[in-house]
Design a protein around this ligand. Structure first.
Ligand SMILES: NC(=O)c1ccc[n+]([C@@H]2O[C@H](COP(=O)([O-])OP(=O)(O)OC[C@H]3O[C@@H](n4cnc5c(N)ncnc54)[C@H](O)[C@@H]3O)[C@@H](O)[C@H]2O)c1
Length: 299
């Protein structure tokens, strides 16, 4: 069964790694794909149209339809150009997968302003800008009386949600994307758009060599396990799912439950009396979840 027949998708950072897998699987499920990729190094330097072109060639060789876009997703005008390209080339837009990303890891005391700014820009603005321009299109469609059944799928990370040390820039940006996804789900519901996010774990150039992997562990980090969830979320079948963040890899998918209101105490204008009460609510609150919390440990 083809889950996305006749739909049009933009996948950012689709020249390599996870985005490549998303684009190929969406195309195999009938979607026409704008394959966006700046073709930068893992740290964001440089540009090269080859990776995106190779994915487009592969999709076309399999009988699908695809077009290259080499925009920097964090460039406001270029992000609009990417949405416009989907419309001029394929006549519509139904799916936006925000996946492009880079890393500049450093302990925060050593992190430079440039390392902070670039990582935050590529991830946060590079997610917001395409959503903004796509949302304008879907709003106009709705106002013109068209039925919109669209999807946005963003990419967050465990590093963000569970505060991995050494990644202050990346974690701040990716945590922002998780909350942006929930907020966008609420705002865009009125235009027929669902918004979800994934926190993937895969073997790509971004994670290669971080640790020794067995063959089994490597297989469970194949991007296709994640592309399957993205393809389903992109399909009309997922209409009832919005504002959710999913952990995804070859060991399974789970819903990340968001911030919760915890234990409380009465307010006071006298800080001298606060000590015992704050100590008590901190003691009775659940610990922050860790990156390797029990339910997510590798079997
Ligand atoms: N691999 C993992 O385990 C993992 C875990 C958590 C989150 N992620 C996230 O998944 C996404 C994909 O990562 P990956 O592992 O496939 O990495 P990757 O480096 O293999 O692929 C990222 C792609 O994004 C492109 N890109 C970078 N900056 C861009 C820009 N400004 N505009 C357009 N394209 C740009 C790169 O050229 C590259 O092809 C990223 O957002 C990453 O942070 C990955």
């Amino acid at each position: 069964m083809k889950l996305c027949e006749g739909r049009v998708a933009i996948v950012t950072g689709a020249g390599r790694g996870l985005g490549r897998a998303h684009a190929l699987m969406l195309a195999r499920h009938g979607a026409k794909v704008v394959v966006n990729d700046l073709g930068s190094r893992a740290d964001g330097v440089g540009n090269d149209a080859t990776p995106a072109q190779e994915v487009v060639n592969l999709i076309r060789a399999e009988g699908g339809e695809a077009v290259v876009d080499t925009s920097d997703v964090s460039d406001w005008a270029a992000a609009k150009g990417m949405v416009d390209l989907a419309l001029s080339e394929f006549g519509r837009l139904d799916i936006l997968v925000n996946n492009a990303g880079i890393l500049r890891d450093r302990m925060l005391a050593n992190m430079s302003e440039e390392e902070w700014d670039l990582v935050v820009k590529v991830h946060m603005k590079g997610t917001f800008a395409p959503i903004h321009h796509a949302a304008n299109y879907w709003r106009d469609q709705t106002k013109a009386g068209q039925v919109v059944d669209a999807r946005v799928i963003n990419t967050t990370s465990h590093s963000a949600l569970f505060a991995n040390v050494g990644q202050a820039n990346y974690a701040a940006a990716k945590a922002g994307i998780a909350t942006l996804s929930i907020l966008a789900a609420r705002e865009l519901q009125r235009y027929g758009v669902t918004v979800n996010a994934i926190a993937p774990r895969a073997e790509t150039r971004m994670t290669q060599g971080l640790r020794e992997l067995t063959d089994e562990q490597r297989d469970r980090r194949d991007p296709d396990w994640i592309a399957a969830l993205v393809t389903w979320l992109a399909s009309p079948e997922s209409k009832h799912v919005s504002g959710r963040v999913f952990e995804a890899w070859g060991y399974g998918y789970s819903v990340i439950e968001s911030w919760q209101h915890g234990p409380r105490t009465d307010a006071t204008k006298n800080p001298e009396t606060l000590g015992p009460a704050i100590s008590e609510i901190v003691k009775s609150a659940r610990k922050n979840a860790g990156i390797d919390r029990d339910t997510y440990m590798e079997p």
